[in-house]
Ligand binder design. Sequence first.
Ligand code: GLN
Length: 493
Amino acid sequence: MAHTTLSAARTAWQVGAHSAVELCEASLAAIADQDPVLGAFTEVTADRALSRAAAIDRDREAWAHQPLAGVPVAIKDNLCTAEVRTTASSRILETFVPPYTATAVAKLEAAGAIIIGKTNCDEFAMGSSTENSAFRVTRNPWATDRIPGGSSGGSAVAVASGMAPLALGSDTGGSIRQPAALCGIVGLKPTYGRVSRYGLIAFASSLDQVGPLTWTVADAALALSVIAGGDAADATSAPHPVPDYTVGLTGNARGLRIGVPRDLLNGEGVDADVATHVQQALETLKARGASIVDIALPTAAAAIPTYYLVATAEASSNLARYDGVRYGFRAPAEGRDTLRAMYCRTRERGFGAEVKRRIMLGTYVLSAGYYDAYYLKAQQVRTLIRRDYERAFEQVDLVAMPTSPTPAFRIGERIADPVQMYLADIFTVSANLSGLPAISVPCGFSTEGLPIGLQLTGRHFDEATLLRAADAYERDANWSVHRPPHVGARTHA
Ligand code: GLN
C-alpha cells in the first residue's frame, strides 16, 4: 500500500477497500522502515493517528462526504499542532507544545485527514537543504548522500518515499517548490493570501505561504481545495471564493500562452541537464496545445539580493519574540543574572548559525544608518520585479522556468558557503516577492539519475490555470510513475 497517491488513498477508504487504521498502519510501517535512514520526521504521532483513524472508521457515515477522510498526512514542523510538539527544527522551540492548531492543518483534519507526524526542516525554514535543522540530517531518497532540498525537505522526502501521500510545507522563497523538484514530486506555492498563515511560525511575513507537496498535480489541486480560503485569524488571507481546483484538469493546454525568460534560462550556473529537460518540457506543452513565447524579466537577476534583504529584515523582527520568557527554551540562570544576560544566553544557545546570521543581517539592514541604502532599496527593486511579471502577464498566461538551477547537491557541499546556498533560490524567490502562485512539477532526470523540476508561475489567484497546465504536462510526460529506490532498514519483497 506504500506509494499510493492522495486520491487513491481517499478512494480506498471511501469504497471500503482499506480502513483508515490500515492506511495509517501502512504509513507508520513505511516510516519505521525508511525513516531511520532518510530522517524526514522530527516526531511521529502514531498513537494519536491510530486513535483518530479508529474514530473515523467507527463513524463512517459522518465522515463519508469529507474529501480526505482516512488519509495520513505529514506536517512541516513549523506549522502549529495543538498538543503536538512544534519545533521549527530549532533548539529554542525544542519543548514547545502549542495550544492551538494552524488553520491549514485544522482544515485538513476537518476534511478527515490524519496527521502521522511532523517533518524536519531548516531551522525556522531558513535554508535550501534542510541541513540547518538543529536535530537531524534528512537524506534524498534518490541518492542518500544528497540533500533533499529545503527548507521543507522532510515533507518532500515523506511524500517521495511513500511515507505519506500528502505533506504540508511552507514557502518563503522556494521551500515547497525546490525540495519537491529535488525529490521528484509536485510542490505548490499558492498566491500570497490564498491559504491562511495562522499558526505558521513566522519567518518573513510578507513572503510566507503554506502549500501542499504531493505526487501528482491532481493531488495538489485536491489538497489546495481543502486548505485555501479566507480566515478571520489571518488579516492577510484573501476572502476570494475557493473553487474546486480538481475540476479544471482537462488534460490539455490548448490556448495557453507560456512565457519563457530565455536570458535567465541560459544564464550562468544553470546545469546543462536542467536546461535540456526544461526545454523538452516546453516542447511537450506545445504539443498539448500551448504556445511558447519568449519574454523578458529584466529585474529578475536582482531577485536574490532583494529577497535576502527583505526576508532577513522581516525575520529579525519576527524572531525577536524568542527571548526565553514567552516561548520554549530558556538558558539556565547563572549567578546574579540580569534579564539582558538571560536573553543573550538564551538566544546564543537556542539559535543555530544560519538563524543568527540572518538576524544580524536583518537587524543591520533595518538600522537607522543603512535602512535607505538596503531595506528601502530592496523594497523598490521588489516593486520592479512585480512589474516585470505584470508586464509579462499582459502577453502570456504562465511563465516557465526551472525550479532549481541544479539537481540535488551533496550533503555538506554548500553548508560552509552561504552565498552558494542562496544561489539555489534564483528561480523561486521572485514568485514570493511578487505574491504569485507557482508550482514545481517533475520534468525528468539528470544523467546521474537525480530528479529535475519544471516551474510554472501564474497570475494572482489563478492557481486553476497553473494546475491545468501542470496536469496536462504531467499526463503526457508521466514522470510521476518513477519512484525512488527503496531505502530502508528492512527490505521488502
Ligand atoms: N531558501 C530560501 C531561504 O533560505 C527559502 C526558504 C523558504 O522558502 N522558507 O530563505
